[in-house]
Design a protein around this ligand. Structure first.
Ligand SMILES: [Cu+2]
Length: 449
């Protein structure tokens, strides 16, 4: 199967489910409403590889009691963001950097220590207890999609967060659109919230006194347009500068440097592309791939089908689980893989939600797992990509400027995921590669003369 299979299957699943859901209704009466857009789409080119990691507007003035609706604004698969007010984390003065909330991307699976899961503390916006607090409200797992009353933020001691459902149900092929609404019922002051997928992507709600003005919806819309235009211009300039191979080669060391994505200086746009994407190398050259965005990526060489990325699994026995094709499918029944396929041999996995092991194969609480070979490097001998089929894979690459709590490998305390990855090209040929996490649009090639 082709590389498009994982996302394609996800879309089919979500459409099937969405068709059965009622459309949430918005009340026409009630408190003053404001709309904040979460991320954005390039104003003129929806296929651009720009992921906008900003709230529009990122500072919103409101009155106590107003309702704020966050709407996901990216018509693409990299608009994956959360809107998360975390208990004891909302003070702008105490948390000036926006990089200090230790909610890591990956969590170790206790039941299968070699495996990783996306951190459920935020991916599903579910109550977690302990360190990350109790989510006071929020949509939670997909089961709660059809109805969600607005959350009410009553104090900075609450945790109020959206979930992955809100984001995924805003993909372009899915008719159902979800948003996340919070009534801001806290005293005058500034309250920050964050996207837990992208460290540093912070927003702020400023509650002002009743006699002070707050912006109209027209003013907010105009601000949004201006901000998106400015962020786009900055990203276009960076994209153009990094796309040229001419600046990427060190003639003395015969080494190229390719950025695995790049963030703009303002931090408002992540470019989801290998930069430069096509490298005109010579036999014997090396390439160093350097992680460059807030979101992790891989650099994965092979022209062969590779088993999937995010995968449902559990340590259950064959007697418990229906035989499956090696990946999880379905919304109300969960046949799922009891084993992960080896790269290049098994069926592609898909984005899938699987039951927790203590639920056997019944629908239960949900986990979202990372295939170990996606997270971990599989190097070809001597790092040499010598044929188009050579499997040479970086594992998850994290930008080294990201804080340790975000890029640490929970399976090995103190260890971090890699930030760069090398490859050698001893022989002429064309060698294509891609990012396993973003296979539909993040790929490149090395042409070795
Ligand atoms: Cu990627």
């Amino acid at each position: 199967m082709g590389r498009n299979a994982p996302l394609g299957r996800l879309i089919v699943l979500l459409i099937m489910s969405a068709a059965t859901l009622a459309t949430p209704s918005a009340g026409a009466e009630g408190p003053t409403q404001h709309v904040v857009q979460v991320g954005a789409t390039h104003p003129t080119n929806p296929l651009s590889p720009f992921g906008y990691t900003r709230f529009y507007p990122d500072v919103l003035r409101v009155h106590q009691g107003d309702l704020v609706e966050w709407r996901w604004g990216a018509a693409s698969y990299f608009g994956w963001h959360s809107v998360s007010f975390f208990a004891d984390d909302m003070s702008v003065a105490d948390h000036p950097t926006g990089n200090d909330a230790a909610v890591p991307l990956f969590a170790r699976l206790d039941e299968t220590p070699g495996s990783l899961a996306m951190n459920e503390a935020w991916i599903f916006g579910k109550p977690t207890g302990g360190k990350y607090g109790e989510a006071a409200c929020g949509r939670g797992p997909w089961r709660a999609l059809p109805a969600q009353a607005p959350c009410v933020l009553r104090s900075a001691d609450q945790t109020v967060t959206s979930s992955v459902s809100d984001s995924f149900f805003n993909m372009p092929a899915i008719p159902q659109k979800l948003s996340f609404s919070v009534q801001i019922d806290v005293p005058v002051g500034a309250y920050r919230y964050r996207c837990l997928m992208h460290p540093g992507m912070d927003g702020r709600v400023e509650v002002v006194a009743p006699e002070q003005p707050v912006p109209t919806s027209e003013e907010i819309a105009a601000q949004r347009e201006r901000d998106i235009a400015a962020d786009t211009a900055e990203a276009e300039a960076l994209f153009a500068a990094l796309s040229s191979p001419s600046g990427a080669y060190n003639t003395a060391t015969k080494e190229w440097t390719v950025k695995v994505g790049a963030d703009t200086d303002s931090g408002h746009v992540s470019i989801y592309a290998f930069l430069p994407a096509d490298v005109p190398a010579r036999a014997g050259d090396r390439i160093r791939y350097v992680a460059g965005t807030k979101e992790p990526h891989t650099t994965t060489f092979t022209d062969q089908p590779v088993a999937g990325t995010f995968s449902a699994r559990g340590p259950c026995g064959a007697s418990q689980c229906p035989d499956g094709p090696g990946y999880g499918l379905g919304f109300t029944a969960f046949p799922f893989a009891c084993e992960l396929d080896a790269p290049a041999t098994g069926a592609p996995a898909i984005f899938a939600w699987g039951p927790r092991p203590d639920d056997g194969c019944r629908v239960g609480d949900l986990e979202w797992l990372i295939a170990p070979y996606m997270a971990d490097a599989t190097r070809a001998p001597d790092d040499a990509v010598s044929t188009p089929a050579t499997f040479h894979h970086s594992g998850a690459l994290f930008n080294e400027s990201l804080p340790m709590w975000f890029r640490g490998d929970p399976r090995a305390p103190g260890a971090t995921f890699g930030s760069s990855f090398g490859a050698r090209f001893p022989a002429p040929g064309r060698f294509s590669y891609y990012c396993i996490a973003h296979p539909d649009f993040m790929f490149g090639a090395v042409n070795v003369a």
